[in-house]
Design a protein around this ligand. Structure first.
Ligand code: PEP
Ligand code: MN
Length: 372
C-alpha cells in the first residue's frame, strides 16, 4: 500500500509525526518514506510493507497528511502501474524531461577512444540541436584482452566538451560502484558542465549489489538494460531494485535478446515489448537499435536495419533511443561494425521524426475511437 501525502508536507509538522506514530503501531507492518524534492514542490510517499490486506483504504486515507492511498499488487511496487494509480510517469534531470510522453535521442560513441572523436561527435550533435549523447568510458568486454575503455582518465575532457557543445545528459555505463564516485568527482572538478545518466549494462542487470548501491544514490538517473538471457519479468524486477532503494529516476532499455533465432542480427530485436513495459510500469522505455541489430546492413529500400528497427520502436511509443555513431567506424575500438556515420545523423533524426509523428497520430486515433 502506498500513501501519497499532501504536497509539501513538512517532516517536522505535528500532523506528520502523528501519522508516523499511527503507522508504527500497525501490527506486522513496517513503513518506508520516500521524499522527492522538486523545483516547485516536494512529494512524499509512504510505503507500507507487510500484510496490508487487512487495512482499510478508507481508514488510511483519513489519516493526517494523506492525500490518497494506492493499493499495490506485489509486483514492481514502486515502478509498476497499479489500479487508480495516476502517479507521474516522468522525471526531470538537468533541464531535460524523461517520460512516457517524451522522446530523447542519445546518439554517440559506444566507447570514448580519443578527444578528437568525442569533439567531432558532440559538435555534430550541437549542430543538429541534440542535448543528449552516449559516451562509454567503462566497457565490459567479452575478452579480457580487448580494449576496456579509458575509464576515469577520459572523463575530464568528455565533460568539458559536453559543456562546450551544450550537451546536458550523457549516458555512461558503469560496471562498479567506484565508477559512480569517479564520475561525481570528475563532474565536480570540471565545474558540473553536464549531467550523467548511469547505465547498467545487460551483463549487470542482475548484479543486485551494484543495483542496490546505484539505487541508493539519487544524484544520477539510471538507464537499466534488459538482461539478454532472462525473462522480461526478471529484468523489471531488477529495475525495481533501483527504485526500492530510493532512486525512481529509472529508464528501462530494450537491447535485443541473445539467441541465434535472431540471426543475422546480433540479437533478437525485442522492441515489441516497448508497449508491454509502458503498460506494466511507469518507466520511460529506451530502445537500443545498435546493440540489437549489430551491423550496418540495409534493406533494398536503402534504409539501414538499425533505422528500420528504430522506427518500429518509436511507432510503438518508445521514449528514448540509445544509438552508436562514430566519425570513423573502422577506427572505433569497440563495436565499429554497428556504428552509424556522422553524416547519417540528419537522415536518422528526420526518420525518427516521421515515426514519432506516426505514433502521436496513432495515439490520437486510439483516443478518438475509445470515445465512440
Ligand atoms: C552499451 O550500450 O555500450 C552496451 C554494452 O550495451 P549492452 O549492455 O546492452 O550490451
Ligand atoms: Mn557497444
Amino acid at each position: 500500500m502506498i500513501l501519497i501525502l499532501i504536497p509539501d508536507t513538512r517532516p517536522d509538522s505535528p500532523e506528520y509525526k502523528q501519522l508516523l506514530a499511527h503507522l508504527a503501531n500497525l501490527p506486522g507492518i513496517s513503513s518506508r518514506v520516500h521524499t522527492e524534492v522538486g523545483i516547485e514542490k516536494s512529494l512524499t510517499e509512504v510505503y507500507l510493507i507487510g500484510n496490508t490486506k487487512a487495512l482499510s483504504v478508507e481508514e488510511i486515507s483519513s489519516l493526517p497528511c494523506v492525500e490518497r492511498v494506492v493499493r499495490v499488487s506485489e509486483e514492481y511496487r514502486v515502478l509498476g502501474r497499479h489500479k487508480n494509480d495516476d502517479r507521474p510517469t516522468h522525471f526531470d534531470y538537468n533541464g531535460v524531461r524523461f517520460g512516457q510522453d517524451t522522446l530523447n535521442v542519445f546518439a554517440g560513441l559506444c566507447a570514448v577512444d580519443s578527444l578528437e572523436h568525442v569533439e567531432m561527435m558532440m559538435k555534430a550533435l550541437r549542430d543538429h540541436n541534440q542535448v543528449c549523447t552516449r559516451m562509454g568510458a567503462y566497457k565490459p568486454r567479452t575478452s579480457p584482452y580487448s580494449f576496456q575503455g579509458h575509464g576515469k582518465s577520459c572523463l575530464p575532457y568528455v565533460f568539458d566538451l559536453a559543456g562546450k557543445y551544450g550537451i546536458k545528459v550523457i549516458a555512461m555505463e558503469i560496471t562498479h560502484e567506484s565508477h559512480v564516485e569517479e564520475i561525481r568527482d570528475a563532474l565536480y572538478q570540471t565545474g558540473n558542465p553536464t549531467g550523467v545518466m548511469l547505465q547498467i549494462g545487460t551483463r549487470n542487470t542482475q548484479n543486485f549489489e551494484l543495483l542496490k548501491i546505484v539505487g541508493r544514490q539519487q544524484d544520477f538517473p539510471v538507464l537499466i538494460k534488459r538482461g539478454f538471457g532472462i525473462t522480461l519479468d526478471e529484468s523489471l524486477n531488477a529495475a525495481e531494485y533501483l527504485a526500492s532503494e530510493g532512486n525512481r529516476k529509472v529508464i528501462f532499455g530494450l537491447r535485443g535478446m541473445k539467441t541465434n533465432m535472431g540471426d543475422p542480427h546480433r540479437n533478437f530485436v525485442d522492441f515489441a515489448h516497448v508497449s508491454v513495459v509502458r503498460r506494466l510500469t511507469r518507466m520511460p522505455v529506451c530502445i537500443d537499435p545498435s546493440h540489437s541489430v549489430g551491423a550496418r546492413t540495409a534493406s533494398p529500400d536503402g534504409i539501414l536495419d538499425i533505422m528500420h528497427v528504430t522506427a518500429q520502436g518509436i511507432i510503438e511509443g518508445a521514449n528514448m533511443v540509445l544509438v552508436d555513431f562514430h566519425p570513423v567506424p573502422s577506427k572505433a575500438l569497440v563495436d565499429g561494425p554497428q556504428a552509424m556515420l556522422i553524416k547519417e545523423l540528419p537522415h536518422f533524426l528526420e526518420d525518427i521524426g516521421i515515426a514519432r509523428e506516426a505514433y502521436i497520430q496513432r495515439a490520437a486515433l486510439a483516443e478518438r475511437y475509445q470515445q465512440v
